[in-house]
Design a protein around this ligand. Structure first.
Ligand code: HEM
Length: 425
């Protein structure tokens, strides 16, 4: 038992977070993002060590808090992604033959198919349709549990864009589909069978055209896209609307920009979105402040490796700490202040940003749906801006800083109990 807490001698040269502090943090259910701010960042900032060792329930994991070192490592094929243990429930949910939970040649096959499938046009039609359904619920305005609504809107957009199927989670939150995952898996299978007969402009139809994938491969990938893409997008949308509720000046600035571009509050297209750099900056700053994913899944190498100035023995777990990197004091001025204008310097904008942010990871296993997710966030924001004004409810638990739920094991930042007051324009 004592062994669980003893640092392996070949890792003892790496600065480490105190085990006692970590134990207390886990026992008191401190959200991951707060643990990073309170325990990881001081070590990285004060001692200037961007590579730190973290005890995680008996496992020693190296967290990289340096953008360049992390980027180089994530592009290096010798660092191989670790798969979750075989007996986890997640295997039953997503199957074993998909992009997220394979490595090597099998992963390359899935990656090619999924990346190609995501190369279609942005899901603007789904965004507009889902936004309008959301507005039916918001009506003339009132107080709404926004973190719940974001789960429903993002599920609808995923369903529409990935499967070409409208779940209507916003309008019918208690439909059988939304309630049970066994039903869900069955529904996926049926929908894909129908898709084989009648293809549409959705991601799955494009995947079905890929000869390398079997029916089961496609089914597993659909499940993984829902698992990987639902909470992450919903968390980002919750945080985005939260920050603009907390900072009305930025909300008004974003609205002025959106109103100049969108003449009719019912319509939206890709070109309009590209004319809203401030809206994009708000999304980027939201992801810097409270990214849905705190860090990447761990990687391991079979051979000795270097991370910055440190020798890393083979079979050591390493992850890229996204939230840590997004808050480093020597990179970000006033790192705890929400300030979208920092992303407005020349050269920033669609894919030209030279800022060291990596909300979707980096390198070989970077999120394949990153453009999809960005259009989704920018699109819903634009639609909301020209139709509603919003603020935090009086006495909100989020009035000082965003409060994420405890998410040990899922590594996600999902604002909890986020009540927002909407007012129709
Ligand atoms: C704001 C929203 C999102 C964020 C912040 C996000 C973040 C990430 C990150 C950080 C990774 C890399 C994990 C690693 O390197 O270990 C990743 C991978 C992945 N994401 Fe996303 N994601 C988002 C939305 C989505 C959506 C909407 C989908 C699907 C429709 C999706 C599907 C995936 C998949 C399948 C992978 C695994 C790729 C692989 O292993 O090769 N994500 N995402």
């Amino acid at each position: 038992f004592r062994k669980l807490f003893i640092v392996p001698s070949n890792l003892a040269h790496i600065p480490r977070v105190s085990i006692l502090s970590l134990l207390w943090s886990y026992i008191s259910k401190e959200p991951e993002s707060e643990r990073i701010q309170r325990l990881f960042l001081p070590l990285a900032n004060e001692s200037g060590h961007p590579i730190i060792l973290v005890w995680t329930f008996g496992l020693w994991i190296i967290h990289v808090l340096d953008f360049k070192i992390g980027e180089t490592a994530l592009r290096d094929r010798r660092w191989v992604r670790q798969l979750p243990p075989q007996d986890l429930l997640i295997w039953r949910l997503v199957g074993r033959s998909n992009l997220a939970f394979t490595i090597g040649e099998t992963w390359r096959k899935h990656s090619k198919a999924v990346t190609t499938a995501f190369q279609g046009p942005p899901p603007i039609e789904s965004i507009v349709r889902s936004s309008k359904e959301l507005f039916t619920v918001l009506g003339e305005g009132g107080t709404f549990k926004w973190n719940d609504l974001t789960l429903r809107v993002t599920l609808d957009i995923l369903g529409d864009a990935i499967l070409g199927h409208q779940f209507k989670a916003v309008l019918q939150p208690h439909s059988p589909f939304v309630n049970g995952y066994h039903d869900t898996m069955e529904s996926f299978g049926q929908l894909i069978r129908e898709k084989e007969k009648k293809k549409g402009p959705d991601v799955i139809s494009r995947m079905l055209e890929c000869e390398d994938l079997t029916f089961d491969d496609v089914l597993d990938n659909v499940s993984v896209l829902f698992v990987a893409g639902h909470d992450t997008a919903a968390g980002a949308l919750s945080s985005l609307i939260y920050y603009l509720a907390k900072y009305p000046t930025y909300q008004n600035q974003a609205r002025d920009e959106a109103k100049k571009v969108i003449q009719n509050s019912d319509t939206l297209d890709q070109e309009m979105l590209t004319k809203m750099p401030f809206g994009l900056a708000c999304v980027q700053e939201t992801m810097r402040m409270n990214n849905s994913s705190n860090f990447t899944l761990p990687r391991e190498a079979d051979t000795p490796m270097m991370l910055g100035k440190y020798h890393i023995p083979p079979k050591t777990m390493m992850c890229f700490n996204i939230s840590g990197i997004h808050h480093l004091e020597n990179t970000w001025r006033d790192h705890n202040t929400y300030n979208p204008t920092r992303f407005l310097s020349p050269g920033s904008g669609d894919d030209k940003s030279s800022f060291p942010i990596a909300p979707f990871g980096l390198g070989l296993r970077q999120c394949p749906a990153r453009h999809f997710a960005m259009w989704e966030l920018r699109g819903i924001l634009a639609m909301l801006l020209v139709n509603y004004r919003w603020r935090l409810v009086e006495g909100s638990i989020h009035s000082e800083v965003v409060q994420n739920g405890f998410s040990f094991g899922t590594n996600l930042n999902l604002p909890r109990d986020l009540d927002i007051v909407f007012e129709k324009l």
